[in-house]
Ligand binder design. Sequence first.
Ligand SMILES: [Zn+2]
Length: 405
Amino acid sequence: MGPIEYSILKKIQGKLGRAGVIHTQHGDIETPAFVPVATKATVKALTPEQLRDTGAQVVLANTYHLYLQPGSEKVKNFGGLHKFMNWHGPTMTDSGGFQVFSLGAAYGKELSKVVKITNPEQILQERSLDGEIPRLATIGADGVSFRSHHDGSLHYITPEKSIEIQHNLGADIIFAFDECTSPAEDFRYQEEALERTHRWAKKSLDFHKSKPNSERQALFGIVQGGREESLRKKSAEYISSLDFDGFGIGGSFAKEDMETAVKWVNEILPEEKPRHLLGIGEPEDLFMGVENGVDLFDCVAPTRNGRGGTLYTHWGKINIRNAEYREDTSPLDPGCSCYTCKNFSRAYLCHLFRAHEMLGGTLGSIHNLYFVINLVRCMRQAILEGKFEEFKSSFLGTYGVLSSA
Ligand SMILES: [Zn+2]
């Protein structure tokens, strides 16, 4: 047996979507599944027990952040990520690529996973050649040098280095080092970046296979290619020709391009290996991904929103701080079975957020994670029962009523 085993239980008729299970050495992941993000080896504001109670099966930590703080050797000396953070279920780490390019390259700017391609602010600063903007990341053929967003110290990450760091962290599923480009980049740049990503994928894989860790940790290759059909397909073909255990679909997406890009890629990727859509987690996008054959999703949105008081309901997102909730004795979402909804009123949550009480962030995160994890779990159940389309139209029929009103 390899580090993971994936099996398909049932497919959506006439579509790429499927329900399955990934066996890892720290337990099973029933897919499709939403993966909470534990950036610095913690899902912010939650204990592992609280996290488990939201239905989380697996967590994803960030290589970039843990490399800079506390350092991957320290985590290794603790016996790895599972022991360090006291989470005994499956774990993943990303390659660090996205953070190197968003935090290192475009320091001080937000490179969101879903961007408006018309916004020139989103263009990576390192490509400005006028010398007036400080260059915080420099891309070379072999790797990327960048300055830490903590202390400005200079670092150099190669594919081998990224894998070495991820071996130290010891997650069950790790990712090849890639360049994450903005969809605002032109075709020529996307093509160059893709060639680099492909070279780096091969180097990541060769380095991984040369170490004993390859028996314990599964390595996923990342498909890039921006919004270009030819590049996305070329990338899916090349990455699937290599002996990866699964695949990530990366890149910042313009919202309108996401579905076609995912479809192009998943029509090519081999059916028998799992696929992870990186950094995507809004309910509408989760339906799109599941329908088009994505097995895993991760996104900071549910917890980031949860800490800020933007909470999901079956009618859309609400800001619980709003005055209309001050005397509302009903639960946040009467259709939700999470700890927050079973025990507290909207009025109390509204009060906690207005008073800047820490419990607000915890209760908001618990609800939002439960909501998104449970939504994907229900999609899985609907696939198993042959009712995905019905579930999708019934959920999306009411979701968004608030925001479009
Ligand atoms: Zn809830």
